[in-house]
Ligand binder design. Structure first.
Ligand SMILES: C[S@@+](CC[C@H](N)C(=O)[O-])C[C@H]1O[C@@H](n2cnc3c(N)ncnc32)[C@H](O)[C@@H]1O
Length: 256
């Protein structure tokens, strides 16, 4: 045996360019495949609970985490994306509803920028809110306040597929349009979050942020879930993914 170009060839036979090239191509393809498989394995959807979903965290820490979350939405352009989508609505918008609004930071900004009535809904409303009204309700099962456009941010990944389908159907009972903005389960936003965002935020947001990306749906999954939820209806679904997989938006128009 001798060694040529990093792999064994039989003694006496000379490696041809064709076999060297085809081996190199094969090896590179296998490496690419390995990377994809590894990424898929790393990015299996996590089912772990986030810290903010649990009990026992002091109110001051919760309030700080939500304030940082509102700033992250501003920095990433999420708030702008929702405002732009509402502005482009072909019909007049007098009232917007934020489902899973947390402390209502984004809702307050949307209300101020659009000059519309704004209502928030959350499973755990804040002890006291100084902005728009926030109602205690479950977005999946409770009758929601009537509004022209509903939106939600970073709520989708908290729900299993069945609950997400129910949320999508439930919103259609009270609103004519639903903008669902969420993270994308992909190694790129996860790496960027770890490198650029996690060092700047509190431990709660740094930990939950990474887990949120791992809990999120891929664009293919999210679109499939929306189609399943609305099968047999006349609803119109649009889906977009932003560059670098920073966010994805499902834009649903319900039709009676
Ligand atoms: C990650 S926080 C996002 C808060 C806010 N939308 C934001 O992006 O800053 C998710 C919020 O959804 C709420 N939530 C979770 N499941 C819900 C449900 N079924 N109905 C209403 N709110 C829900 C939680 O209480 C929490 O406040």
């Amino acid at each position: 045996m001798d060694i040529s170009d990093g792999f064994y060839v039989r003694s006496g036979s000379r490696p041809s360019f064709t076999s060297v090239n085809s081996f190199a191509r094969h090896r590179s393809a296998m490496r690419t495949l390995g990377r994809i498989v590894r990424n898929q394995a790393v990015m299996q959807r996590s089912l772990k609970s986030e810290l903010l979903d649990g009990d026992g965290i002091p109110e001051a820490q919760i309030a700080r985490a939500y304030r940082q979350l509102t700033r992250i939405h501003r920095l990433l352009g999420d708030t702008r994306a929702i405002i732009a989508a509402v502005r482009e609505d072909p019909l007049p918008v007098g009232c917007v509803l934020d489902i899973g609004c947390g402390r209502g930071g984004v809702l307050k900004e949307v209300q101020r920028r659009l000059g519309v009535q704004a209502i928030g809904v959350d499973l755990k409303p804040p002890p006291a809110a100084d902005g728009p009204q926030i109602i205690a309700a479950n977005g999946i099962s409770d009758r929601l306040p009537a509004a022209d456009v509903a939106f939600c941010m970073y709520l989708g990944h908290h729900l299993c597929e069945g609950d997400l389908r129910q949320l999508i159907r439930n919103v259609g009972r009270s609103c004519r349009r639903f903008l669902l903005l969420d993270l994308v389960r992909h190694p790129l936003p996860l790496t960027m979050f770890k490198m650029f965002m996690a060092p700047l935020v509190c431990n709660l947001v740094a930990t939950d942020g990474q887990l949120s990306i791992r809990r999120s749906y891929t664009p293919v999954e999210l679109l499939r879930i929306a189609r399943e939820a609305l099968a047999g209806t006349r609803a119109h679904i649009r889906h977009s993914t932003s560059p670098l997989y920073i966010r994805q938006i499902l834009d649903i128009t319900y039709r009676p």
